[in-house]
Design a protein around this ligand. Sequence first.
Ligand SMILES: C[S@@+](CC[C@H](N)C(=O)[O-])C[C@H]1O[C@@H](n2cnc3c(N)ncnc32)[C@H](O)[C@@H]1O
Length: 223
Amino acid sequence: MISLMPRLEAVYNKLSPCNTIADIGCDHAYIPIRIIENNLANTVIATDLNKGPLDIAMSNIKKHGFEDRIKTRLGSGLRTLDKGEAQEIIIAGMGGEVIADIIDADKDTAIASTLILQPMNSQYEIRKYLVNNGFKITAEDIVTEGFKVYNIIVAGRGEGEKYENDFYYQLPPYLYSHKNFKPLYDKKMREFVKVVSGLEKSGDTGSEKLLKYKFFLEELKKI
Ligand SMILES: C[S@@+](CC[C@H](N)C(=O)[O-])C[C@H]1O[C@@H](n2cnc3c(N)ncnc32)[C@H](O)[C@@H]1O
């Protein structure tokens, strides 16, 4: 069985059995290989924008003898898929704004499937994008790898909860009881303090961003 680091294991654990799963930006193809090893789906479509990572994926797939069940495709985002072709779509290990751009570029394809997203940053932007664009966040997970903290967001078509208080897109209340909430809280504290002190040091004391992050910091301290 292919061994996955906790981040990828947590992404894998959010998948449900189905006919076809797509992994967009698959790179090494570790998740597609695990899916076939466990027979979680009949077929996986493993895509990447770049030839280098896709070559690595193809070599790993070949090593496991899964060429007939994992199809590789070179190309950007969801353009490599037909609408409804995959019941579940993974987009992991990229920046949150890149992930939101990928979804937005082919919204009809995205909204027809369940999305398992693992943004490396900008979780705020992606949550806000999803609930304001016809998606509902149905589950989230927090996973740690040493000092690193990752979020996994599961979303699908639906009416998502829209927050009046913008802070809740940073830290939605449903995460507060998660066993890994404390490391996430500490990470957010470090992030907000860094943004606020950076803007203050640069003399950018009247900016909208500074006011926003000071507000986030105050809200964080209330939890
Ligand atoms: C850091 S790797 C993450 C690999 C794997 N998904 C993971 O989570 O470990 C990001 C991969 O996404 C690919 N990528 C970046 N932008 C992409 C896009 N628009 N469409 C498809 N793949 C993309 C990169 O080439 C790279 O292989």
